[in-house]
Design a protein around this ligand. Sequence first.
Ligand SMILES: [Ca+2]
Ligand SMILES: [Ca+2]
Ligand SMILES: [Ca+2]
Length: 495
Amino acid sequence: MTGPQGERFSVRIVKDRLSDPWEVTYGPDRFLWITEAKGYRVSRINPTTGARTVLLDLSQNRNFPRYDQIPDSVDGGKPWPQGGLMGLALHPQLLTGKPYVYLAYVHTHEAANQPGSGRAPNYGGHFFRARLVRYEYDVRRQSLGKPRVLCDTIAASNDHNSGRLLIAPVEGRPYLFYSVGDLGAGQFENAGRPNHAQDRTVYEGKILRFNLEPDQDAQPDEQWIPNDNPFNAQRQNAVWSYGHRNVQGLAYATVAGSGRLYTAEHGPFSDDEINIIEKGRNYGHPLIIGYADDNYNGLAAGVSHHDSLPGIWHTTYPTIGSESENRRRIGDAYRDPIKSMYPLSAHYLQNLFAKTRANAPDKPDWPAEAPSSLIVYTASAIPNWQNSLLLTTLKTGRLVRLALDSAGTGIQGDTLGYFKLPIRYRDIALSADGRKIYLAVDSSITTSGPSQEDPRTTSYRGCILEFTYLPDGQSANGVMPKEAFPPGRARRKKE
Ligand SMILES: [Ca+2]
Ligand SMILES: [Ca+2]
Ligand SMILES: [Ca+2]
């Protein structure tokens, strides 16, 4: 496959028949560590042979069955939670004395024993609970054991669980960051559920920070919360930043001498965001969508046609009077995104909202891409790629490259798209040398249309794909093809 700047890649399936691979991490052992969202297994995969070892099966640790495989007539239409088994993070000293593996998964459906769909009345939502847990990796037995729970009371949903884990340093010391979405509170089945993204005492719509090892505090749950977290009070509080909608991309990199935490976040209809996360800051949701540029004035972060729900847009999301006024009210704590993809006009949004509220058959589609993961490309193997953000998308099935500016605090140049296919890319990992890109692909395809008949894509489901960069003139097997002399641009374009 050829990229927009003529970059050439070969592609192959490393491992398929996975049950919705959700996390793929390139370990210090040069193996791929993966979680399966529905299969609830943690595995190590040899990237060369595809051989896999299951290290842990968590399916006995959830109190609900595979609703996605049970007919609604049997389970009353109970939904599978968004994600399931989600984030995984490896301790930076995994192989040198700290054999710790951190996992996030949904463990409880609070309505599992109730009849019917389990949804609270008046679109009040589906209530699940998620857990963060640390396991120890036993290299000899090839298993994960000795679980210790960091937190098991994180509210979850069938929507916007986020679920990404990342270990990143703050002032030279590594911590565990975890993203919790707003649980979709304000839209669809959760349109009547209260939204807590602006409430710093609730872990919804937040990025949380935890210790990698317990500290000396008396309370077991506070042992996992850093003593200098920004909103610690009488009780310690894992919240690191707030005002988030659905952060599925978390990445850390040092650019121009400064380390930063970057996120990729889902926008509602427009305005997928790239943010730089700072301690204690407010990222605006649901009071400011994308930039504080007033395109959502008079609108909200969601809209429904259920007139039993509050406000003019029939949602628990507050009506936004003015984004710039909300920015002024939040004050110094507010941070605008460094990039919004893509700020729709107020006119387009007003039409979309009016037609959605009326449940009109000609509701317009919207361009939000649903970014599912993020990594910073810091290697030098692919020309021009150094210090680019790479994010995968669900809705548009592509890898997006955004070049950071020289300071690492802004985006410069075009939004570049790669590997576009009618599939849902879920996560990204890079080989240590930066030549290989590993992408996790959902088991389901939601895109329809003629391109779905591409025979190649029928096998690109529930798998890990490996894209290998081919330096100029080199073919997939490393041999210079005869017709590549001289390497003509016209030929390249046809591929
Ligand atoms: Ca503590
Ligand atoms: Ca924001
Ligand atoms: Ca805006």
